[in-house]
Design a protein around this ligand. Structure first.
Ligand code: FDP
Length: 345
């Protein structure tokens, strides 16, 4: 059986009518940019890419989220912007690292898609040489819009035409959906191409593995406390079985584990910072991951509502996230809905 490259996979999807020529080329450009980021990440300490980015006026650079920017956050953002500027497939790009979307420069033709990305998710893992990744989501530019603005990106996740991530781990993997299954490609470093290694990934409906930052436990709301408490009670508790915990501390790594062998990943709402309704961002973390997970048979909610049904109100909006094995996500969601119902009674 000859190996199937990403290029061949996308051409076959185009022949099946699942992807337009423009979207195919756009995804190829994103994949090419991810290869460049993979090279930069792989250089580590030899490439002068580790550590904090410097602000123009001195000191550490802070992004729009109020978070310190790593050099690799900035490098990855620039690679994605530059790679996507000239292809003619995009109307605009938005990124975790930029307050507002960026239109395609006038020198190049503008296309019909919008690209939104987290250039380097899990960047606190960079300096310890652990997995990080790029997460991206592709939306249609609304009809008749010639100069896309932030509000043109504010579409529910269910309208995404493609979503994916590239994981920079021991191997570099691109995991992609265009709404017809979730497929994983591994970068063949000698050939320089992504090769299909797992087609139609499937997340088992049941699991005994969960992922959550337990250090925030005291800040969680009551139903999250109750749900995780029952997982921790193991065999002696109401669930009647032991659960194991895994936490990569980069969403892209935790979601990859779940797509590979199941589990539930949770970043709940907490009281640590009441101004933030969750840590993760809807447009370029929760939405693309929710689409990938649903396309692999899993589920994704904010504890109450399906993530892909949430109507966004701002580009950098945060949401609580519960995603992974379908039965387990439904169980966790039930704890929250039952709590709300008894509080309202
Ligand atoms: P990071 O801040 O390192 O970029 O989206 C941000 C994220 O990582 C996720 O990848 C990860 O799951 C989470 O934050 C970890 O945050 P905490 O260490 O604050 O729990």
């Amino acid at each position: 059986m000859p190996s199937i490259s990403l290029t061949r996979h996308l051409i076959e999807e185009q022949r099946s009518g699942h992807v337009t020529p423009d979207l195919r080329l756009l995804l190829e450009v994103v994949a090419r940019a991810c290869k460049r980021i993979s090279v930069a990440v792989g250089k580590g300490a030899l490439g002068d890419v580790l550590g904090e980015a410097a602000a123009a006026g001195g000191g550490d650079s802070i992004n729009v989220q109020g978070e310190a920017q790593k050099k690799l956050d900035v490098i990855s953002n620039e690679i994605l912007l530059e790679a996507n500027a000239w292809g003619g497939h995009l109307a605009a790009c938005a990124s975790e690292e930029m307050e507002h979307c960026q239109q395609i420069p006038d020198a190049f033709p503008r296309g019909n898609y919008l690209l939104v990305f987290d250039p380097l998710d899990g960047s606190s893992n960079i300096d310890i040489n652990a997995s990080v990744g790029t997460i991206f989501s592709v939306l249609r530019c609304p009809e008749g819009v010639s100069a896309a603005q932030d509000h043109d990106f504010l579409q529910a996740g269910s309208t995404q035409v493609a979503a994916g991530y590239c994981l920079y781990g021991p191997s570099t993997m691109l995991v992609l959906t265009i709404g017809h299954g979730t497929h994983a490609f591994t970068l063949d470093r000698e050939q320089g191409s992504f090769v299909l290694t797992t087609g139609h990934m499937r997340i088992p409906a049941q699991t005994r593995e969960f992922a959550i930052n337990m250090s925030n436990q005291r800040h969680w709301e009551a139903p999250t406390q109750a749900y995780v408490g029952d997982l921790l009670a193991g065999q002696d508790g109401p669930r009647g079985q032991d659960f194991n915990m895994r936490w990569v501390a980069a969403m892209v790594g935790d979601v990859h584990r779940i797509l590979t062998r199941g589990g539930i990943f949770i970043y709940p709402w907490d009281r640590k910072d009441p101004a933030k309704p969750g840590k993760l961002r809807l447009m370029y973390e929760a939405n693309p991951m929710a689409m990938l997970v649903e396309q692999a048979g899993g589920a994704a909610t904010n504890g109450r509502t399906r993530i892909l049904d949430i109507a966004p109100t701002s580009l950098h909006q945060r949401v609580p996230v519960f995603l992974g094995s379908k039965d387990e996500v439904e169980t966790a969601t039930r704890y929250h809905l039952q709590h709300d119902a008894s509080a309202a009674a």
